[in-house]
Design a protein around this ligand. Structure first.
Ligand SMILES: NC(=O)C1=CN([C@@H]2O[C@H](COP(=O)(O)OP(=O)(O)OC[C@H]3O[C@@H](n4cnc5c(N)ncnc54)[C@H](O)[C@@H]3O)[C@@H](O)[C@H]2O)C=CC1
Ligand SMILES: O=C(CO)COP(=O)(O)O
Length: 314
């Protein structure tokens, strides 16, 4: 079934989804905070996702009043969501967040922010998917999480395309936590590779990182099965194994004493700080990523500390 879909946020991911749904026959309106007119004229997002011409059924606007679809996707970084939602007063019946993080001001995930700031039904789209892969039309599978399974099923149906297959869950917390926490492990994995510790060390880190993800997610109320699905394990494998990931590249750069350019979205940095600041669980990787990013410790010191903790059962 095709229809109208609004997408808010013309970064790499919002643009990739807009291309996907416009190509599938939907009438898509993509809202951009900056540069809407230039994108509309060029028929391309040259800054965030170059090389993909916009189909005729995709139009770009800078006017929130032009958004009238009953289904809207929110593709903004997590830390922008609260302030944006509180000022935007969106009308859509269902708002689907694509953000992978935890809001540092409130400790809330994206769907709780939607519920707090709008009357819309909140849902979460998450899982292993680089914007460039989706834009290229490569096969991809994601998770659509919605507490209301009837609405979730309808959204799953509308947002699945031939190349983009959506699975469905009502475990919104699990889906959100998987997407947020895998970014922290990806930064750590990038640091391992950047420091030259090798693939075996990275595999150990991914496995222990997954154990930490499960601990934190369970404490937040997530179901174990969600974590072993696309939004947890699936996205963890993708992000820890590819230099296409900004979180992974950020970790590599940290280990090498380099920086990424300005304006690069690195969601895991905020999530690491949020988890480390809570301090209520055993989270050595989140603590390490926060310390590394703050310059409180270097990779060698952190690796020594992690390796020399008391031995314990797995
Ligand atoms: N790029 C990717 O491959 C994927 C990204 N995501 C998630 O999607 C979210 C967005 O990421 P990207 O599109 O990649 O980021 P991006 O860095 O490419 O773009 C972010 C966009 O958000 C806009 N923005 C930032 N603050 C804003 C505000 N307060 N109001 C309005 N617009 C604002 C920026 O102008 C920019 O267009 C993140 O949570 C990310 O984890 C999820 C899956 C894949
Ligand atoms: O979430 C992603 C892939 O699923 C994108 O990862 P990065 O934000 O690290 O680029």
């Amino acid at each position: 079934m095709t229809g109208r879909i609004d997408i808010l946020g013309a970064g790499a991911f919002g643009t990739a989804l807009a291309l996907t749904y416009a190509r599938a026959g939907h009438a898509v309106t993509l809202w951009a905070r900056d540069g809407a007119e230039a994108m509309e004229a060029a028929r391309e997002n040259a800054r965030r996702l170059p090389g993909h011409r916009f189909p005729d059924s995709l139009r770009v606007t800078g006017d929130l009043g032009a958004l009238t679809a009953d289904l809207a996707l929110l593709a903004l970084p997590t830390q922008s969501l609260g302030p944006f939602l509180s000022s935007a007063r969106l009308r859509a019946g269902t708002l689907v967040s694509c953000a992978k993080g935890i809001d540092r001001d409130t400790g809330l995930g994206p769907t709780a922010l939607i519920a707090r700031h709008s009357g819309a039904t909140p849902a979460q789209l998450t899982g292993p998917s680089f914007a460039v892969d989706i834009a290229a039309g490569l096969p991809t599978a994601l998770t659509l999480a919605c507490a209301d399974d009837r609405i979730g099923a309808a959204v799953q149906d509308r947002l699945s395309t031939h190349h983009l297959r959506l699975y469905r869950t009502t475990d919104v917390i699990g889906a959100e936590m998987g997407g947020a926490l895998k970014n922290v492990v990806a930064i750590a994995a990038g640091a391992v590779i950047g420091a030259g510790y090798g693939d075996s060390a990275r595999a150990a880190l991914i496995a222990r990182g997954f154990a930490e993800m499960a601990r934190v997610a369970r404490a937040a109320g997530a179901q174990e099965a969600t974590l072993t699905g696309l939004s947890g394990l699936g996205d963890l494998v993708l992000t820890c194994g590819s230099e296409k990931s900004r979180n992974f590249r950020f970790g590599m750069a940290l280990a090498r004493g380099e920086t990424l350019g300005p304006g690069v979205t690195v969601e895991g940095l905020h999530t690491a700080h949020e988890i480390a600041a809570r301090g209520d669980l055993d989270t050595p990787l989140a603590d390490a990523v926060a310390a590394l990013a703050d310059g409180r410790a270097d990779v060698a010191t952190i690796a020594d500390a992690l390796l020399n903790r008391p031995l314990k059962p797995e």
